[in-house]
Design a protein around this ligand. Structure first.
Ligand SMILES: Nc1ncnc2c1ncn2[C@@H]1O[C@H](COP(=O)(O)OP(=O)(O)OP(=O)(O)O)[C@@H](O)[C@H]1O
Length: 239
């Protein structure tokens, strides 16, 4: 390993991170975990309902705070920064893709993607539009820029959602059941798009209960009762 590769911190570095939900009967949804995800990795987290996948995703996505441990996101100790800085870190370095596409129905594709830059970019509207077009072209939707989501297939809608998630050039893409609402051919096209983004250097964490989605990842981490077990490494590709 060269000194140049050593210099890049992991995108995700969980050190003893745990989450207990308080209440009359506290629930430890995540027991202390160690998880490091390097730049450009493709990792799948797979586990049954109630195993702690959303809890883990919310922590990694900076939507929630651990009750123990330390989370370094792209080298930044997230326990040491203000709420405002956490929001900025999330906006600039993390993109989210969900099972339900969450697109604005009365806005065109390009407008939907432009909206994602409102709080992260002070650039002029023309630049935001150019960035949105670039992201839509990247996901193969350059020909549907002005279409409204209602006129698109499910797979195309998810591709708009992916364009929206990558338009701010995040380091990490968090995808929660990204193909959960799609038939298998649309699911494949969405997974192909995600594969292309990894080839371009993005880091991808997919949370799923679908073994075929998980099989695309280089690393598969199983979660059960809030505990992680790495079940495979280098599952695909030449390694
Ligand atoms: N706000 C909360 N308060 C108390 N318990 C919670 C809370 N959120 C989640 N839990 C519990 O934590 C555990 C893990 O839940 P989590 O939603 O992370 O699982 P999951 O794997 O994402 O499930 P699913 O696949 O069904 O969405 C479950 O036992 C759940 O009931």
């Amino acid at each position: 390993m060269t000194s140049a590769t050593c210099a890049a911190p992991p995108v995700v570095d969980l050190r003893g991170v745990a989450r207990t939900y308080q209440g009359p009967s506290p629930v430890t949804a995540l027991h202390p975990v160690e998880l490091r995800i390097g730049v450009g990795e493709h990792v799948a987290i797979i586990g049954p309902s109630g195993s702690g996948k959303s809890t883990l995703m919310n922590l990694i996505g900076l939507l929630d705070r651990p009750t123990a441990g330390t989370y370094l996101m792209d080298g930044v100790d997230t326990s040491q920064i203000s709420e405002r800085d956490r929001t900025a870190l999330r906006g600039h370095r993390i993109g989210f893709v969900f099972q339900a596409f969450h697109l604005m129905p009365h806005r065109s594709c390009v407008e939907n993607v432009m909206l994602a830059q409102l709080y992260t970019s002070r650039r002029p509207k023309a630049t935001r539009r150019a960035n949105a077009i670039e992201a839509l072209v990247q996901v193969g939707l350059g020909h549907r820029l002005e279409a409204h989501p209602g006129t698109l297939s499910g797979g195309e809608r998810q591709r708009v959602a992916i364009a929206r998630a990558i338009v701010n050039r995040p380091k990490l893409l968090l995808a929660d059941e990204p193909t959960g609402n799609l038939d298998s051919s649309m699911a494949h096209s969405v997974l192909d798009i995600l594969d292309n983004l990894i080839a371009d250097g993005l880091t991808l964490l997919v949370i799923t209960h679908d073994a075929t989605v998980a099989a695309r990842a280089r690393r598969t981490v199983r979660i059960a009762d809030g505990r992680l077990t790495e079940t495979q490494t280098g599952a695909t590709g030449a390694g």
